[in-house]
Design a protein around this ligand. Structure first.
Ligand code: IDP
Ligand code: MG
Length: 141
């Protein structure tokens, strides 16, 4: 069991609004990963400042906070060997216009002409990010 990993996944507000929670969970389950935590949440700017600390000084940060606080999101933890790399691959490229078909972003995302990159899911990009992000979203876990 020592090589079991956990990854923090968010179904972002656009994913919830568009009714894609089930599709994201279905893909994770179909792949054989375990859902270890699952909760609907409403992100605050304070929480996002921690979650997106690396982006705080980027020009798109204010619109990112607006997007991420535009509705409830679903936070979950998936578990399984190499799940971090596997789920990043399943999510696809950051820009849904460039994300490969077959990925979550490539199958369900598009440019909505808003200037934001709305891309349905977040997924931790490394074991360090996963540990840091799980502590933010599920501090008592
Ligand atoms: P990731 O979600 O694929 O890890 P990051 O580069 O970490 O991508 O960016 C975090 C989030 O910030 C993206 O998922 C997207 O919603 C948003 N974002 C990233 N780059 C841009 C940009 O250039 N313009 C607008 N929003 C962006
Ligand atoms: Mg990232």
């Amino acid at each position: 069991m020592s090589n079991t990993e956990q990854v923090l996944v968010l179904v972002k507000p656009d994913g919830v609004k568009r009714g894609l929670v089930g599709k994201v969970l279905e893909r994770a389950e179909a792949r054989g990963y375990t859902i270890a935590r699952l909760e609907m949440r409403w992100a605050t700017p304070e929480l996002l400042a921690r979650h997106y600390a690396e982006h705080k000084d980027k020009p798109f940060y204010p619109s990112l906070v607006e997007y991420m606080t535009s509705g409830p999101l679903v936070a979950l933890v998936l578990e399984g060997a190499q799940v971090i790399v596997a789920f990043r691959t399943m999510a696809g490229a950051t820009d849904p216009v460039k994300a490969a078909p077959g990925t979550i972003r490539g199958d369900f995302g598009r440019d909505w002409g808003t200037g934001e990159i709305q891309n349905i899911v977040h997924a931790s990009d490394s074991p360090e990010s996963a540990a840091r992000e799980m502590a933010i979203w599920f501090p008592q876990a």
